[in-house]
Design a protein. Structure first.
Length: 224
């Protein structure tokens, strides 16, 4: 009997010691993670950082160079500018469809289309027939005119009575072009041109000046 009591006392003491050790370990682990970030403080889902997709340019590294729309070899940016008779800053530089770095004068591969003559403009087609759906734009005050897109060698009307900024968005928002390439549109008597990273305008269909720079994702901000 005495022997059984001693055995149970020993078991009880051992259990008490084990519980005490467990409590001490738990307190130690808790103090060790006291300053850790809590799960509930973290944002839910995935976190993305979207960077400008344009790669950094090594001016000493050869890239594909175009002169008058023709490929003339892989040379440095300075040599390509010299071949084109312009300053290096006047070249469009970027990545072509095959992932190669290329340089070319602004829109050198795409000639400016002639201004639309009366009766040569296709009217907006029925969206039910598969025509382009023009998204609505926010109301902005200012002069308004018809907005036309040049595609498939013809002028197509997108909308009537929109501002210059609205027309630029309708034509070029989220649309990207490669160096040497261009896309064209019209707003009233102005020709609008999309080249890499910016939208340009011309009053004479020949001499272009900047209108607005494209943002991330080739977005076009509203012109004020």
């Amino acid at each position: 009997m005495v022997r059984d009591q001693k055995r149970w006392i020993a078991i009880g003491v051992g259990a008490a010691v084990a519980v005490g050790v467990g409590i001490l370990l738990a307190m130690t682990v808790s103090r060790g993670h006291k300053n850790d970030e809590k799960m509930n403080d973290q944002p839910t889902g995935l976190t993305f950082t979207v960077a400008d997709p344009t790669p950094s340019l090594d001016v000493k590294k050869p890239l594909r160079c175009y002169v008058n729309g023709a490929y003339v070899g892989d040379v440095t940016l300075a040599e390509c500018a010299k071949k084109n008779g312009v300053a290096a800053q006047q070249l469009d530089v970027g990545i072509d469809d095959n992932g190669n770095q290329v340089a070319a004068p602004t829109a050198s591969l795409v000639p400016v289309p002639g201004a639309p003559a009366s009766g040569d403009v296709a009217q907006p087609a029925d969206p039910a027939q598969g025509a382009e759906i023009v998204p609505p734009t926010a109301a902005v005050s200012g002069p308004v005119a018809a907005c036309l897109r040049y595609s498939s060698n013809s002028w197509n009307k997108l909308s009537d009575n929109v501002t210059l900024g609205q027309c630029a968005i309708l034509l070029f928002d989220t649309r990207c072009v490669s160096p040497g390439q261009a896309a064209y549109g019209r707003w009233g008597s102005k020709t609008l041109r999309l080249v890499p990273r910016r939208v340009e305008q011309s009053d004479d269909n020949a001499t272009f000046r900047p209108l607005v720079d494209q943002g991330q994702g080739c977005s076009v901000p509203m012109v004020r």
